[in-house]
Design a protein around this ligand. Sequence first.
Ligand SMILES: Nc1ncnc2c1ncn2[C@@H]1O[C@H](COP(=O)(O)OP(=O)(O)OP(=O)(O)O)[C@@H](O)[C@H]1O
Ligand SMILES: Cc1ncc(COP(=O)(O)O)c(N)n1
Length: 274
Amino acid sequence: MKKVLSIAGSDCSGGAGIQADLKTFSAHGVFGMSVIVSVVAENTSRVIAIQDITPDMIEKQIDAVFEDIEVDAVKIGMLSTEPCMKAVAKKLEQYKPNNVVIDPVMYAKNGCPLMDPNSIDALIQVILPYADLLTPNIPEAEKISNIEIINTEDMKTAAKLIYDMGCKNVLVKGGHAIGDALDILYSGKEFYYFESQRIDTQNTHGTGCTFSSAIASNLALGMTMPAAVDQAKEYITTAIKHSLNIGKGNGPTHHFYDLYKNGLHIKKSEGDLC
Ligand SMILES: Nc1ncnc2c1ncn2[C@@H]1O[C@H](COP(=O)(O)OP(=O)(O)OP(=O)(O)O)[C@@H](O)[C@H]1O
Ligand SMILES: Cc1ncc(COP(=O)(O)O)c(N)n1
């Protein structure tokens, strides 16, 4: 069985962060593991408090996984401060894992900050070079590239600028744009386009976490980068289509094994689908 590690924050309400990552790994038939970087008291509406795990404990969790288990892919999510980033980067340098997918989480869907804004330079200098794939949404791509993104050409320009900062592939996600949900992958040589119709729902808590974990799973399973993103786009689109009316704010995406194994073939009789 392929083994995939998430290094990210914990969302006690279950829709995003480590919890979304582990659900996504299970749905892809890979063995999921987790290193918790921050414990976030949050729900579908708000972030109440963030408690970072100490850098030493972050490092020890990573050691515990790598000294014992061969890791086929790593997904990295919320890294709230520079010390957390440095601890993770030190261990990436030491263990040099394959298939590192980094989601540069800055804000929750409800607008609450999850990363110290003063840590953007550290994110770029310390973490970004380890990414086989970096998956910024539009606001994150704007912050990293330092340009304003208002159309598809801007998404491509930002992808190129971010690629030049040292990651191997960049996927600028269009979840925050108007119109269809278009994501653009830049490999340094080519652009690839992944498009789906925009789904009219407020239940998008954890979409970025789910998407990046699906890509990491697909890479662990041996897919090429464009194929991994393509399959993951199908997964996230279906998971949003069947997202759940849980909580008072942005509800979570829906993961279940049959959904992935049978592609987009969903049993309409499932009582809990909305
Ligand atoms: N309403 C929607 N309909 C269809 N696809 C969507 C919708 N919202 C987001 N997506 C898709 O979901 C994926 C995640 O993109 P998004 O831009 O939401 O990430 P994100 O903002 O990083 O997520 P998060 O805030 O959870 O970290 C992308 O493929 C995006 O195109
Ligand atoms: C621990 C953690 N990691 C990531 C997100 C981003 O997900 P979203 O923007 O969908 O709330 C989150 N809310 N919480």
